[in-house]
Design a protein around this ligand. Structure first.
Ligand SMILES: *Cc1c(COP(=O)(O)O)cnc(C)c1O
Length: 374
């Protein structure tokens, strides 16, 4: 079976993990500290704070920025549900904004329109752009809109490590940026997350909140506020550190593979059977998702490809169609997000696959869609 993707674990990473296990220092320590400094250099930011998941990173961001009851936060309608779950968990209200059909991301114009049509009663406090599948949001435009309306910006770059907007890595534009180290992402520690910020006060608060609200002083442990245990273990940090020097190469390989897909699938797109993702500059291609034409039975396509030994899956969710957010949705689901959710098809994709894999998947998809009429 050609799996949707595969975590990139090699002997070097395994050896690094074993070394930590033998050392006896398992929770956040020297490995985590070193990994944070290496991530700051790699990402180009002042402070990186490791946490236990991408969701923990998103949650801490809102808590640290003081977003809570009485507040509302703009989130894309097409993303992984964690983006909006954390808004609810912080006590605030998510407001869903439709995405662009080619980039699968929110645009500055859509955010501006959502702000202008907002009537409360909650106060709009923040916007959480998602760099969906590694597709970089126009952060220059988005920051201008946010500044104009005094909104905090929390970038959900969970699946977009290494994506670039105007020469700068995403995640470093907002008040806070969040990354995930889940095995479906390009850099993985099994579970894990990274917060990044250029604000030293905010970084200090994030470090404290991830560790029970605790700080070490002259008199030992001091507990300053109710915090979480959102720490990453040193076992995980050792694995991450072993991968980081090769991450850029992996992203370059993904960019090449995405070009192969775009070329191989162009005939299907010309016939109107699928829509292809926009190949935006700086895309880091965590996932390669196409959109089947309306009327094509996606479940049947998934089944036929599985029979041919190819694992494909839905891309991401339309949040306003999920039960957890039902009572926060005033209108019908956003049109584009609903369509991407219903007809999106994520194809096998990671840097360990080669051109032949991608050509085989494309040919098999073509043969499955052969009889389809649109
Ligand atoms: C993966 C992902 C998350 C969640 O990250 P976890 O590490 O699994 O908690 C959140 N948002 C987006 C956009 C993601 O892709």
């Amino acid at each position: 079976m050609l799996r949707l993707s595969r975590p990139h674990i090699d002997d070097e990473g395994i050896a690094a993990v074993v070394e930590v296990l033998r050392s006896g220092q398992l929770v956040y320590g020297a490995q985590g500290h070193a990994f944070e400094r290496e991530l700051e250099a790699w990402l180009g930011c002042s402070h990186a704070v490791l946490v236990s998941s991408g969701t923990a990173a998103l949650h801490l961001s809102l808590v640290a920025l003081g977003v809570g009851p009485g507040d509302a936060v703009l989130v894309p309608d097409f993303t992984f549900p964690a983006t909006a779950n954390v808004v609810l968990l912080a006590g605030a209200k998510p407001v869903f904004v439709d995405v662009d059909p080619g980039s699968y991301c929110v645009t500055p114009n859509a955010i501006a329109a959502a702000v202008e049509s907002w009537h409360g009663p909650e106060r709009l406090r923040a916007v959480m752009p998602v760099h969906e599948f590694g597709s970089p949001v126009d952060m220059t435009g988005l920051r201008a809109v946010a500044r104009h309306h005094s909104l905090h910006v929390v970038e959900d770059a969970a699946c977009a490590i290494g994506a670039v907007h105007e020469g700068r890595k995403v995640g470093t534009f907002g008040d806070i940026g969040c990354f995930s180290l889940h095995p479906r992402k390009t850099l993985t520690t099994g579970e894990g997350g990274i917060l990044v910020t250029d604000d030293a006060t905010l970084a200090h608060r994030l470090r404290r909140l991830r560790n029970h609200g605790m700080e070490r002083g002259a008199v030992g442990m001091q507990f300053h506020e109710a915090g979480f245990n959102y720490r990453l273990t040193d076992i995980q940090s050792a694995l991450g550190r072993s991968q980081l020097p090769r991450l850029q190469g992996w992203i370059e390989a993904r960019r090449v593979l995405a070009q192969t897909y775009l070329l191989a699938l162009a005939p299907l797109a010309r016939r109107g059977l699928i829509d292809l993702p926009i190949d935006s500059p700086g895309h880091s291609w965590q996932t390669f998702m196409v959109v089947l034409a309306d009327g094509i039975d996606r479940a049947a396509v998934i089944l036929r490809l599985a029979e041919a030994g190819i694992e494909v899956n839905v891309g991401a969710q339309c949040l306003s169609m999920q039960q957890s957010f039902e009572k926060f949705v005033a209108t019908d689901p956003q049109a584009v997000s609903a369509r991407l959710y219903r007809q999106g098809l994520a194809l096998p994709f990671c840097e360990q696959y080669n051109n032949a894999d991608v050509v085989r998947v494309s040919a098999m998809l073509e043969s499955v869609l052969q009889g389809s009429h649109v």
